[in-house]
Design a protein around this ligand. Sequence first.
Ligand code: ADP
Ligand code: MG
Length: 323
Amino acid sequence: MTLLSVTGLSKRFPSRRGLVDVLRRMPRQAVHAVEQVSLDVMRGETLGIVGESGCGKSTLARCLVRLHEPDGGSVSFDGTDVLALEGDARRRFNRQVQMVFQDPYGSLNPRMTVGDTLGEALAVHRVVPAAEISARVRSLLDLVHLPQDAALRYPHEFSGGQRQRIGIARALAVEPSLIIADEPVSALDVSVQASIVNLFMELQDRLGLTLMFITHDLRLVKHMTHRVAVMYLGRIVEIGPTAELFARPQHPYTQALIRAVPLVKARRRDGEAAVMGELPSPLNPPSGCAFHPRCPRAEPACAEAVPDLTDRGAGWQVACRRA
Ligand SMILES: Nc1ncnc2c1ncn2[C@@H]1O[C@H](COP(=O)(O)OP(=O)(O)O)[C@@H](O)[C@H]1O
Ligand SMILES: [Mg+2]
């Protein structure tokens, strides 16, 4: 059953112009951060969103929770129109959909103990009666495998991995049905990344959570997601069941990403998958299929029309005329 349904979502940002542009009366341009994204998230699934940095993953996530207002398209959650929500209904939605960010430190109050931070989330949303808050804080710490005395300590006393566990506990406190995790392990050491990925898998399984896991690191989604969506310059170019997509990627970009994986470690310290050439600017995206200038299989027609994301059966969709 579909929990979240996104149709034709687009978000553009006005670009900053330098003095020279202003003096030359250059027209103000727009960054095409998210273009015509459509996807469904099924209840209880983990959906991976992958793509190089700058391809619009965070903007998509922020539009879904209305941290950005999209310019076009629609978002429906459990059958209701998210973009039309106001007042109490919007607050209920904000509770239902929680985000986990790359750097939980930035969003944890350094002067509040972990127990108070979790307790506040429980109290603000009246998740449990006041008398039960401390017991619930203890069970949240348990859920993310932090020791009970963590409740009395402050964020700076924890390691990066432990802080991410606190961020996850806070997201779980309000009993959301969807968690959108935006690069939740990208700031962590590789050795710690696996433990947080495992925690997400365990929670998803135990709590029946629906999870959107956003990352630039293709390797992370291989074992933890049911489906993967690959983004390129604001658009989804391929989406499908994870195992099949890794075994037989259809889009030349997905193929390049997957092939690049073994080369990546040697070449790039940050572990980001590198394809040949640079990501073009979202200010002036290439015509037609935005990947055509880097695509080994491009033909002249690829520069003309944006290929539709078309069904290839079994919930697999690809936007490529050459696939
Ligand atoms: N608030 C903003 N104002 C202007 N441009 C933005 C803003 N947020 C993101 N962008 C631009 O939108 C594009 C997509 O960014 P983002 O969604 O952060 O990508 P990702 O999360 O995949 O790295 C980038 O070109 C980025 O510079
Ligand atoms: Mg991002």
